[in-house]
Design a protein around this ligand. Structure first.
Ligand code: DP6
Length: 344
């Protein structure tokens, strides 16, 4: 029987508190990770589909922000061809995929997590229709997201997504699980102000970055450290203990960059203003006791993390001190959120 239709989903970006850095096999992590799911930085994806046994191959047209995009299209084609074991109907599918981001393309914000999870949500939705299932398979959604981009596995989870086998019951290398219900209320409205230090393309791709770990002399210690830190972090989050939470999060970001600094080849992804912002955050925290801490992705931009109660106070300070250190004064304000949403 042929099936046709259209599905539309948005899915957010996420910011890792314990970083996934190092992978093996079929997109499997070397260490467990955990992240806040964001709400404003999202990818909006529509998939128009025709599935018909008469079609003898997978055929995809991909449009990014209204324009045909060959480069993204071929990454998506490779991804879809790699998951026909999960979704056999992809072998006889004609798909038109249209995608756009809520955040500026050249903002330096990693888009693979939101993009791959939004696409995975559309695919799981279509799969549900084909199988005639009443429930959306969210475990499959996280697993397919992971096969597209490791960190994307966590974007399908509301609030706080944990990915990678560890001491947490139900944890898995194949998909992410929710951990938001176990943590203190203070984290349910946590803020992430993304301070755009540079909007340039990253000088190391994630996949190239992960493979640096294969040759790192610190690899084994790092993987163990990530597991231990994750355990301490979730304990602190359960208690709402920001004085333990914050330093672990900052140490994680600096460890990630430290590993890149001393990898072969070496990458310096921080910019001078990255350091200036780190120093400004630490000075402000020491002077005022405000619990604002930073983290970084594999790039120069600073994510400022703080509880909702401090939002007004931090906005005034950051307008004066942080904004001038950002590229075109750009700070993207985000807050933790509920994960993917169906639009059509
Ligand atoms: C530094 O998920 O982008 O953001 O699986 O190769 O697509 P691939 O990598 P990706 O790596 C993200 C690395 C990180 C840390 C994190 O988000 O955990």
């Amino acid at each position: 029987m042929a099936h046709s239709g259209e599905v539309r989903w948005t899915s957010p970006s996420n910011i890792a508190l314990i970083k996934y850095w190092g992978k093996h096999g079929r997109q499997l992590p070397r260490n467990p990770s955990i992240s806040f799911t964001l709400s404003n930085c999202v990818t909006d994806t529509t998939v128009n589909y025709l599935i018909d046994e008469k079609l003898d191959a997978l055929n995809i047209d991909f449009y990014f922000e209204g324009k045909a995009n060959q480069a993204f299209g071929s990454r998506i084609e490779t991804f879809l061809s790699s998951i026909t074991d999960h979704l056999p109907w992809l072998n006889t599918a004609q798909l038109k995929v249209e995608s756009s981001n809520s955040f500026p393309h050249s903002s330096g914000i990693a888009s693979s997590a939101s993009a791959m999870s939004a696409l995975a949500m559309c695919l799981v939705d279509i799969n549900q229709t084909i199988l005639g299932n009443p429930n959306l398979n969210m475990t499959l959604a996280s697993e397919l997201s992971r096969l597209g981009s490791g960190s994307a596995s966590r974007s399908t989870i509301p609030l706080l997504g944990q990915w990678g086998k560890c001491e947490i019951e139900g944890s898995s290398d194949n998909f992410a699980i929710p951990y938001g219900n176990a943590i203190d209320q203070i984290f349910h409205t946590y803020h992430d102000d993304i301070c755009i230090v540079s909007a340039d393309e990253k000088s190391v791709s994630s996949s190239a970055g992960h493979s640096l770990m294969d040759k790192s002399v610190f690899a084994q210690q790092r993987y163990e450290q990530a597991g231990q830190r994750l355990y301490s972090l979730v304990e602190a989050m359960r208690k709402g203990d920001l004085e333990t939470f914050g330093p672990i999060v900052e140490d994680e970001a600096l460890t990630l960059h430290g590993l890149m600094l001393c990898s072969e080849p070496s990458f310096v992804l921080m910019e001078p203003n990255t350091i200036s912002i780190i120093n400004a955050i630490r000075a402000y925290r020491e002077e005022t006791g405000t619990p604002v801490y930073f983290t970084l992705d594999a790039g120069p931009n600073i994510h400022m993390l703080y509880p909702h109660a401090y939002a007004d106070q931090i906005a005034k300070w950051s307008e004066q001190v942080i904004k001038p250190l950002c590229h075109n004064g750009r700070i993207i304000k985000d807050i933790v959120g509920n994960g993917p949403k169906k639009l059509k």
